[in-house]
Design a protein around this ligand. Structure first.
Ligand code: ATP
Length: 346
């Protein structure tokens, strides 16, 4: 199912939760809505589900206007952040719920529902746990039951609101991979909300970066990570360093030193902010002078915190494996080269 979001706005009292959001989602795409808390991600997902009505704009499913249509009429599976399983129902009854509540005539018979529940239990790898109650499951298992319940109605569209938010890092990673496979094999169109950039970049075909009820940028994970369109996207993704600089006749000057790095042609003069990722900074024998502040060798991503010698600016510098053994000490003077600086006007 293809989804079209056309100029959607939504206010809560006088607060604009969504302000003219437009987005096209193709059939089979896995889309991440990524943004800080309060940016409007959940509101957009709820409007897609039919749980909330927009004030203006249209939602089209396969070119059909969904305005006024409820969740049940939209053929969507919906998974909330905190599982929201029915505590008094067994796992099997939870999964069957969406089928049990269908009006007579559309409801499969008991044997068919049982067959489908068993199939779904297999799919989410909980074969023997249909008789348990939610309180007897781990967080990851509960989340998979919630997914099975959402899939029971055979949705074309799967909407997920921070589905792995409450789980520990290892379980999250496993479930992510599993969910991506499930999406692919079932031919779903999926939209999920997250504020975790790693999750969005790893899982999605298309990342939609949201801020203050608007879309800042839409692109593949590579595009939004390597070619951020706005300062916000730069700062939200990848923990970029921010360095005040001046641009003089197309040349970039950082703390008194000219640096060689690519620069867009449309900004050749003035004060700017240079954005640079930790892995795009190289410790070198010449360049911008800096002083080592802290060394973090033992972390998963070894890095050094430095301060520019001639400006009160701290930077995070990634230590690639070949530098991991480099003799570095606190207070040591080093020089920095920048592989890629992206300068936006200040
Ligand atoms: P989070 O990551 O914290 O879930 P979000 O990006 O999903 O945030 P939304 O839940 O869409 O953000 O909320 C966007 C804004 O709209 C927030 O400022 C929120 O307080 C407000 N909001 C959401 N629902 C309502 C409501 N029912 N009544 C009033 N304000 C609301």
């Amino acid at each position: 199912m293809s989804l079209q979001i056309k100029d959607i706005s939504k206010r809560f009292n006088d607060f604009a939760a969504l302000d003219g959001v437009s987005l096209d989602i193709e059939k089979g795409e896995f889309v991440a809505l990524l943004g800080p808390s309060g940016s409007g991600k959940t509101t957009l997902l709820r409007i897609l589900a039919g749980l909330e009505q927009q004030d203006a704009g249209q939602i089209l499913f396969n070119d059909l206007d969904m305005t006024g249509r409820k969740l049940r009429e939209r053929q969507v599976g919906f998974v909330f952040q905190h599982y929201a399983l029915f505590r008094h129902m067994s796992v099997a009854d939870n999964i069957a719920f969406g089928l049990d509540v269908r009006p007579r005539g559309q409801r499969p018979d008991k044997a068919e529902i049982k067959r489908r529940v068993d199939e779904l239990l297999g799919l989410v790898q909980l074969d023997s746990l249909g008789g348990r109650f939610p309180s007897q499951l781990s967080g990851g298992q509960r989340q998979r039951v919630a997914l099975a319940r959402a899939l029971a109605i055979e949705p074309s569209v799967l909407l997920l609101d921070e589905p792995f938010g409450a789980l520990d890092a290892k379980v999250r990673k496993d479930l992510r991979k599993w969910l991506r496979r499930l999406h692919d094999t079932m031919g779903l169109t999926s939209v999920f909300v997250t504020h975790d950039q790693e999750e969005a970049l790893e899982l999605a075909d298309k990342v939609v970066v949201m801020n203050h009820g608007r879309i800042e940028q839409v692109g593949s994970p590579e595009e939004v990570y390597h070619r951020p369109g706005t300062a916000f996207v730069y700062e939200f993704l990848g923990g970029a360093n921010r360095i005040p600089c001046t641009v003089e006749g197309g040349r970039i000057r950082v703390a008194g030193t000219y640096v060689a790095a690519g620069q867009p042609a449309d900004f050749t003069q003035g004060t700017g902010i240079a954005y640079v990722r930790p892995e795009e900074i190289v410790i070198s024998s010449e360049g911008v002078p800096a002083i080592v502040q802290q060394i973090f060798r033992a972390s998963a991503l070894p890095r050094v915190e430095v301060q520019l010698a001639d400006a009160p600016v701290s930077l995070d510098v990634a230590l690639p494996p070949e530098f991991a053994q480099m003799a570095l000490a606190r207070g040591q003077r080093i020089s920095l080269q920048f592989r890629k600086l992206n300068v936006l006007p200040a």
